[in-house]
Design a protein. Structure first.
Length: 200
């Protein structure tokens, strides 16, 4: 078994044709920091005890066929810096507990159009180190929360191709590191705030 390699910290199995459910035997790889299972044929839910991979810094599960909910326990992976979950078949929800990932720098939930319609959680405003939030085509509804302005490190914000409504919050003007903002293909209304400040 691969986890007999007791010092394994980096495991990249991306770009293969690996089938089946999430390989929970990897919980035995107790020193694992990087796990990349992207672009495979994995199905079923992400297990509810994913937090057993407690040392993870990078979790990349993009472009598979994972379904169900993203479990709240993912918010207990306190060392996580990147979380790539885009382009799957999730037909449940994503948890507000992602906002507990205080070290997170990159979050991708895009192109999961089967998500149950959901608002952007206020808790995401706690992600002080987050540089990229990619949530295009993720069945988002409601207004963009004012708390988005608390993500002070944010450089890329893509909320395009959703069903967001209401006005663009003026708190976006607090994001002084922002270089890419895509709010296209929504149902936003009202004035465009602080464009001169965003251009500085």
């Amino acid at each position: 078994m691969i986890c007999n390699l007791k010092n394994l910290t980096f495991l990249n199995l991306a770009l293969n044709h690996i089938p089946g459910e999430f390989p929970t035997f990897l919980y035995n790889c107790t020193k694992l920091q990087v796990l990349d299972l992207s672009i495979n044929n994995f199905v079923g839910p992400i297990p509810s005890d994913i937090n057993r991979l407690s040392g993870l810094q990078h979790l990349r599960l993009a472009r598979n066929n994972f379904s169900g909910d993203i479990p709240p326990s993912i918010g207990q992976l306190s060392g996580l810096r990147t979380l790539f979950l885009h382009e799957n078949q999730f037909n449940g929800t994503f948890p507000k507990e992602i906002g507990d990932l205080s070290n997170l720098e990159l979050l991708t939930l895009a192109y999961n159009k089967k998500f149950v319609p959901a608002k952007i959680p206020d808790e995401f405003g706690k992600l002080k180190k987050l540089k990229t939030m990619w949530m295009a085509d993720a069945n988002l509804i409601g207004e963009i929360p004012d708390s988005i302005g608390n993500i002070s490190s944010l450089e890329v914000l893509d909320l395009s191709r959703n069903n967001l409504v209401g006005s663009i919050p003026s708190t976006l003007c607090l994001l002084k590191n922002l270089i890419h903002l895509d709010l296209s293909d929504n149902r936003l209304s009202g004035v465009i705030p602080c464009l001169d400040e965003l251009d500085e």
